[in-house]
Design a protein around this ligand. Structure first.
Ligand SMILES: [Zn+2]
Length: 424
């Protein structure tokens, strides 16, 4: 699979980050799921929208691989699936050929969600972060190139975020201090400098803001809540602070924030309330719904919310109740803006049409029924991993349709999708 340089027109290889002729960045593809919860805004959303008119989707299993250990994360870059085990096993697979093109064992156990940027994979464990260039995997003699390792004070937590040439990471010390640290020039072969940017009592995940190279986080310090915005391309990045009037506390750190335009969504308070902070309106906070154990948005501001005993679709005021003993695992994902997947403790994946809940289909990661530990959606694929290291890739196609019709659908962006999976 070749990529075209936007500047000089030279063709570059898949998984390469930069043009080999002029050095410019190669463009991203629709197959990218580079970070935890997919997009850098942590919406849990893939980049593809589906044309209206497809009433039903059909899931076909295209790939099943085993990591040999608990699946920690699933990412995608340039039509390749990158499956990562908790102790550092990494397998890189090309879905259309179903071939494993690379395997390595990095340091583990991983303490936070990894990320990929321009063909470089970043992995973090207790006291260090390491970077690997994936581009060499598509050479005739495939190789995975370690770029650097950097020591980190404190344990990396939450999820890594790359913006421009910098990598941002949350850390936590044994005394409970939370910090955000920044690594410089992370695409080069030299060890990056590490700098602490801020510390607070509680700090949210880091998410990309609406402006290019912007980083957004929410932090709690001395009973106050602040949204911090940072321009990652500035020579000396500094935070611009927006203090939230009448904040709801505490900030629930383990549920990632999401950014949709100038609205920041996060979970706050003893009742786990999903709240919206509107940066265009003096950072005023609005309660949306309680009992948010996890959530994911589509581009229209509709969301799916995992609750203690059910899965809620607030835009329709519909809730699918869980049966006793059923437990949701991890974060839901939304793909084609209209379909949502949630993983369960017993290896099932429930795939909902978010325009017609509670109808859904069920998929399985493995027949043995281990808990689902990772989900990813990119292009027309849904990937799922479990606690025993099974990773399965499903292709979702319209019933009776084909890939070409799906491709036409991508041009019909911006309209409310009205599509669905068949009900059970
Ligand atoms: Zn070029």
């Amino acid at each position: 699979m070749l990529k075209l340089c936007r500047v000089c027109g030279a063709t570059g290889r898949a998984l390469a980050g930069f043009c080999h002729v002029c050095g410019d960045e190669l463009p991203p593809t629709q197959y990218d799921w580079p970070t935890f919860k997919g997009g850098e805004q942590r919406l849990g959303l893939d980049e593809i929208r589906l044309a209206k008119g497809f009433r039903q989707l059909q899931a076909t299993e295209v790939l099943h691989l085993t990591l040999g250990e608990r699946c920690h994360s699933l990412l995608s870059w340039d039509r390749h699936l990158i499956a990562i085990g908790r102790n550092g096993t990494v397998k890189i697979v090309e879905p259309s050929s179903r071939e494993t093109i690379g395997t390595m064992t990095a340091d583990g156990p991983l303490t936070c969600e990894p990320s990929i940027d321009r063909g470089v994979l970043f992995l973090a464990c207790a006291d260090r972060i390491a970077a690997y260039a994936l581009g060499g995997l598509t050479l005739t003699s495939p190789r995975l190139d370690p770029l650097w390792q950097a020591s980190i004070s404190g344990v990396p937590t939450q999820a890594l975020l790359t913006r421009g040439n910098r990598l941002f990471v949350n850390t936590q010390t044994t005394s409970g201090k939370r910090s955000v640290q920044m690594l410089e020039d992370v695409h080069r072969l030299i060890r990056p400098q590490v700098r602490e940017l801020l510390s607070a009592e509680r700090v949210s995940t880091l998410a990309a803001g609406p402006k290019k190279n912007e980083v957004i986080l929410v932090m709690e310090r001395a009973k106050a809540l602040e949204v911090q915005l940072l321009d990652a391309s500035a020579a000396t990045p500094t935070f611009e602070s927006h203090r939230v009037p009448s904040p709801i506390l505490p900030l629930i750190e383990h549920v990632p924030i999401a950014v949709l335009g100038t609205r920041v969504f996060g979970v706050f308070g003893e009742d786990d309330q999903l709240c919206r902070i509107d940066l265009d309106a003096n950072a005023v906070m609005t309660i949306l719904r309680a009992d948010a154990q996890a959530f994911s948005f589509n581009r229209y501001g509709q969301w799916i919310q995992v609750e203690t005993f059910g899965i809620a679709f607030p835009h329709l005021e519909i809730r699918d109740e869980l049966t006793p003993g059923e437990r949701i695992r991890g974060e839901p994902v939304v793909f084609f803006d209209s379909t949502a997947a949630v993983g369960l403790h017993d290896g099932r994946i429930l795939v909902y049409d978010i325009t017609r809940p509670p109808y859904h289909e069920e998929l399985r990661v493995s027949p043995e029924g281990h808990e689902v530990t990772a989900l990813a959606a990119f292009d027309r694929f849904l990937a799922a991993g479990d606690a025993a290291g099974h990773v399965k890739l499903f292709e979702l196609l319209p019933r009776g349709g084909n890939s070409e019709r799906m491709r036409e659908g991508r041009e019909d962006a911006g309209r409310e999708p009205k599509v669905g999976l068949a009900g059970r």
